[in-house]
Structures are given as C-alpha cells and as structure tokens.
Design a protein around this ligand. Structure first.
Ligand SMILES: NC(=O)c1ccc[n+]([C@@H]2O[C@H](COP(=O)([O-])OP(=O)(O)OC[C@H]3O[C@@H](n4cnc5c(N)ncnc54)[C@H](OP(=O)(O)O)[C@@H]3O)[C@@H](O)[C@H]2O)c1
Length: 233
C-alpha cells in the first residue's frame, strides 16, 4: 500500500512511518524539518502543511509518482502550548489554527480529491482525548482537535459513496518529544493521566493497532468514528 503520513520527523508520526515500512508498505512523509528516516521505501518532503500551495503541489507530485494514495494518516500538529486561555497570545493561537486546522483541511481536501478519483481510500486523523476531558491549559489545542473531529465526521459522509472511510484516533497521553516538553512546564503528565479512564500512558503500538484495524479491508463499514484510547466515552 501507499501510505501518506504527515509529521514523520519524530513522535507518533515517525513511529507509524517506521512501523508501516517494516510491514513493507511504501510510506510518504513530511515535516517542517529534514528527513530522518533512511529507508528505500520512504519518501520525504520538507514542507509546511499550513501553506496551501505547498500542500497542493506535494499531493500532486505524490499522485504523479505513485498514481495512488491508499491511506492518509493526518498526524502532524503543534502540541506545544500548556497555557491558560487568558495567558495565550493571539499569534500563538493563530499558529495552532494554521497548522492543526488549516493544515489538516488542506491535506484532507487534496488527498480526498485523489481518493475520489481512485474510488477508494482510508483516512485517519490523529486527535486527542483532550476534546473530551476539557483539561485546563488545553483550550486552543483542544479547540483545534475538535475541529479535526468535525472535519472528519463530515468528510466521512461526503466521500462515503467513493468507498472512502474517514475516522479519528484520539489517544490519551503518549510519550513523545511533544509531551515530554509539556511535562516540563506543568505537572502535565500527572494531570493528564488523572483525567483518563485507563490511567497510564498510551503506547504508540496501541495507536498502530487501531490504525491497522481501520485500514483493514474488513473495516469498510466503519466511518465517521472517534476512537478514544485510554478514555471511556
Ligand atoms: N504526545 C501526546 O501525548 C499526544 C496525545 C494525544 C494526541 N496527540 C497527537 O498525536 C499527534 C502526534 O503528536 P506527537 O506528540 O508525536 O508530536 P511531535 O512529537 O511534536 O511531532 C509533531 C510532528 O508534526 C510535524 N509538524 C508540525 N507542524 C508542522 C507543519 N506546519 N508542517 C509539517 N509538519 C509539521 C513536526 O515536524 P517538525 O519536527 O519538523 O517540526 C513533527 O514531525 C498530534 O496530532 C498530536 O496532537 C499527541
């Protein structure tokens, strides 16, 4: 399969890219920074997803080179702030919106157009349990992830006739560079874990397991779902 994953330089995105490469798939990735994955079946582009024309030309070049995109995993996001709303500067809020909402929108739109032509595809977006836990200090981040959930739920309906499914994986706290940075700022890890039903960090392997489930041919009737990891709904 040809699997496009955003945000593959570190954290969950890098894990998923290497996971699917081990499974002998072709993986196409991107990040703001340069490539860190050296593998013959891995193809990296350094780009800013919040730039509409960059995203359009990236997806066009992927389409020309590989003819198909079987799976899209929208993983890239800014995960860095842990500020209360009253302390959040406007430009920080805008940068969250640009990457986590506009960036996701651009990639969803461009890849969906390709998948509609193919008449098949699987789309997964990575959101977060913070959309349901309403934790202090996550207002802007969670608002962007609520937007992602909504983009996916509505897109799921709009593309269902083309045999495309769209789902969200919303993990609890994971160990990544981003969460470790946050843990330094607040008692972040303890507070996050207290809000979870399963009070331990969520493993990247567990996200990959749900991703495998959603991209399986036998999951073709599962769409528009938000699957929480570590939280009861
Ligand atoms: N960590 C957690 O506890 C946790 C929990 C729940 C959900 N999540 C979600 O899981 C996903 C991955 O999080 P993570 O912890 O792995 O984050 P991370 O370690 O900070 O990695 C984020 C990735 O996204 C890329 N990226 C950010 N902005 C970009 C842009 N404008 N254009 C292109 N690439 C961009 C980064 O590239 P550069 O390195 O080049 O900047 C990096 O590869 C996110 O959607 C996050 O919201 C995380």
């Amino acid at each position: 399969m040809v699997i496009l994953i955003t945000g593959t330089s570190k954290g969950l995105g890098r894990y998923l890219a290497e996971y699917y490469l081990k499974k002998t798939h072709t993986v196409i990735g991107c990040s703001l920074s340069a490539n860190v994955i050296m593998h013959p079946s891995y193809h990296h582009t350094q780009l800013d997803l919040s730039n509409e024309s960059n995203v359009r030309s990236w997806v066009n070049s992927v389409r020309k080179k590989f003819q198909t995109i079987d799976v899209l995993i929208c993983n890239a996001a800014i995960v860095s702030s842990a500020l209360f709303l009253t302390l959040t500067p406007g430009n920080l809020m805008e940068s969250f919106l640009k990457t986590n909402v506009a960036g996701v929108f651009y990639i969803l739109r461009e890849v969906s157009k390709q998948m509609i032509k193919q008449k098949r595809g699987r789309i997964i977006a990575i959101s977060s349990i913070t959309t349901a836990t309403h934790q202090e200090g996550t207002s802007v981040y969670s608002a962007t992830k609520c937007a992602v959930n909504e983009l996916i739920k509505i897109l799921a309906k709009e593309v269902s006739s083309s045999n495309i499914t769209c789902n969200v994986i919303a993990p609890g706290m994971m160990k990544t560079n981003a969460s470790e940075e946050l843990a330094k700022k607040l008692e972040w890890e303890k507070e996050m874990l207290q809000k979870q039903t399963i009070q331990r960090v969520i493993l990247k392997e567990e996200v990959a397991h749900v991703s495998d489930f959603l991209i399986s041919p036998r999951s073709s009737s599962i769409t528009g779902q938000v699957i929480y990891l570590g939280l009861s709904n």
